[in-house]
Design a protein around this ligand. Structure first.
Ligand code: UN1
Length: 505
């Protein structure tokens, strides 16, 4: 398996991606498809990130005064660029992150969807009018732009997750500085280049510095977290990363929006439609090679349907087309890199030590692609929810646990540190409603009769506990990017005090 240079060069040229000169301090991007280099970008040190914050602060002073619907127009133009170059940007996502073509395209579609959502929102940044207890007074709530927004994103959604933040931040009046994953720097350059085209069409109402990209590793991320000029830092990645970033931002009373790990489970009840369950589980467990934060990692199946469901799952797993993600017939592409492969193997060894019977999990296509890491997704039958099951492993490993009564299933379900996504397959109304109730799933996303991954942008995305508590994308997530002012206006000729306090002078 070898990538054609032409595919790479034409894709980057269409998107207008500039690569670093060989003498610059550079970060090399390699494709997980065959390990070959795609190109390098210049990295940015802490001082440069600080300079970006200064530029963004100046941009903020101007951009916050542009009426929100006009700000929306810029995002509308950006969505035009994304529509025109969806194919190429999706291909770049596949080349750089190893996603299958349809998921790479889907990621760009997710960007277009959030842009459309943000354009509509730009006319709906509504506040409330509140009944005042004082005569001749009116109270209201106003939402103002917040300030510079920093975004740290992960390799597995190299463009969509940034765009959730970016599109909303821009219509809310805020410039954005983006620190993409070190593993997917070119996708970020492409997004920036396409935004540059939208800016040129928009004209000079937009200040310089609305979108900037800080490439590099820890240093760039730490600089964003530590700089008091960054009003909101939205960070997607591991819980370990969140533990470092969150307190650093909190120490300077900045705002953070954390979207960290997940250990998502599917419960399959005795009344479940097993065809539906099988399809929902396989997509969510092996899609993106198990590298979504919403990947199904645990299956909690009722004893009565366990054997039937497992037979179907094994059959589906045995027929999975694993290989080059650019081939439209492929469903499972490669892991991101060697470290991901090693971590998966170490996790499987640990699972065996804790009593697992493991099917699959081994490396495949090694001869065809010696510098890439293709694996058979694994199913691990567990005797109990042991330590290894309670940890998030970013690989296609599906742990199987068995239950007999519904309460036991819910207890197992919630007994992990994370709280991102969850699902139940059942045709029993009581179980379905109970799963969605306060006593049911403790996750930010809870579904009935569909899998844990592949959320639409219209809902709020995120979860609680060690997932970090942030909510991005749809619903009222825009409020993260604005500050709220409570305003009271006295239109009377008296000055009555609240709470009936008397203070006559
Ligand atoms: C992520 O894995 O970080 O719901 C985001 C999903 C996608 C987003 C996942 N829409 O699976």
């Amino acid at each position: 398996m070898k990538l054609e240079r032409d595919t790479i060069e034409l894709t980057l040229a269409e998107l207008g991606v500039e690569r670093a000169s060989p003498q610059a301090a550079a970060l090399l991007s390699c494709s997980p498809i065959d390990g070959s280099p795609l190109g390098a970008v210049r990295t940015h040190g802490a001082a440069e990130v600080d300079a970006m914050v200064e530029t963004a602060r100046r941009a903020f002073a101007a951009w916050r005064l542009v009426p929100a619907p006009r700000r929306g127009e810029l995002i509308r133009l950006y969505a035009d660029e994304l529509r025109a170059h969806k194919e190429a940007l999706g291909r770049l996502v596949s080349l750089e992150a190893g996603k299958i073509i349809s998921e790479g395209q889907g990621e760009v579609q997710e960007m277009i969807d959030i842009c459309d959502f943000a354009v509509g929102l730009s006319r709906q940044l509504h506040g409330l009018t509140i009944a005042s207890e004082r005569p001749g007074h009116r109270m209201m709530e106003t939402w103002h732009p917040l300030g510079v927004v920093g975004v740290i994103s992960a390799f597995n959604f190299p463009v969509a997750v940034w765009s959730w933040n970016f599109a909303l931040a821009i219509v809310c009046g805020n410039p954005v500085i983006w620190k993409p994953s070190e593993k997917t720097p070119l996708a970020a350059q492409a997004c920036l280049a396409l935004f540059g085209r939208a800016l040129r069409r928009y004209g000079d109402e937009a200040p310089n510095g609305l979108a900037q990209v800080a490439q590099g590793g820890r240093e760039a991320g730490e600089a964003l977290a530590g700089n008091a000029g960054v009003a909101l830092l939205s960070a997607t990645g591991s819980t370990r990363m969140g533990r470092e970033v969150g307190p650093r931002v909190a120490a300077r009373f900045g705002r953070s929006l954390l979207e960290l790990g997940g250990n998502n489970a599917v419960i399959v009840a005795p009344t479940a439609d097993l065809d539906l369950a099988c399809r929902g589980i396989v997509f969510a467990a092996v899609g993106t090679c198990g590298q979504r934060c919403t990947t199904t990692r645990r299956l909690i199946v009722h004893a009565d349907v366990r054997e039937t469901l497992l037979a179907r799952l094994r059959q589906a797993y045995a027929n999975l087309p694993i290989g080059n993600p650019l081939d439209p017939a492929t469903l499972v592409g490669p892991l991101i890199d060697a470290a991901a492969f090693d971590a998966m193997q170490a996790t499987l060894r640990e699972a065996v030590a804790q009593g697992a019977a493991v099917h699959g999990g081994g490396r495949v296509l090694q001869r065809q692609a010696p510098d890439a890491y293709y694996v058979e997704p694994a199913i691990a039958m567990m005797p109990a929810q042991t330590d290894v099951v309670r940890r998030e492993a970013f690989a296609p490993i599906l742990y199987v646990l068995t239950y007999r009564d519904y309460d036991e299933a819910i207890a197992l379900h919630n007994d992990v540190p994370h709280g991102l996504s969850s699902a139940i397959f059942t045709n029993d109304l009581r179980e379905a409603e109970s799963f969605l109730s306060a006593a049911g799933s403790d996750c930010g996303i809870a579904n009935v009769n569909l899998g844990t991954s592949g959320a639409e942008i219209g809902g709020a995305f995120g979860g609680d506990k060690e997932t970090g508590g942030g909510r991005e994308s749809g619903s009222d997530a825009w409020k993260n990017y604005m500050r709220r002012a409570t305003n009271t206006v006295n239109y009377s000729r008296r000055l009555p005090l609240a709470q009936g306090v008397k203070f006559d002078i």
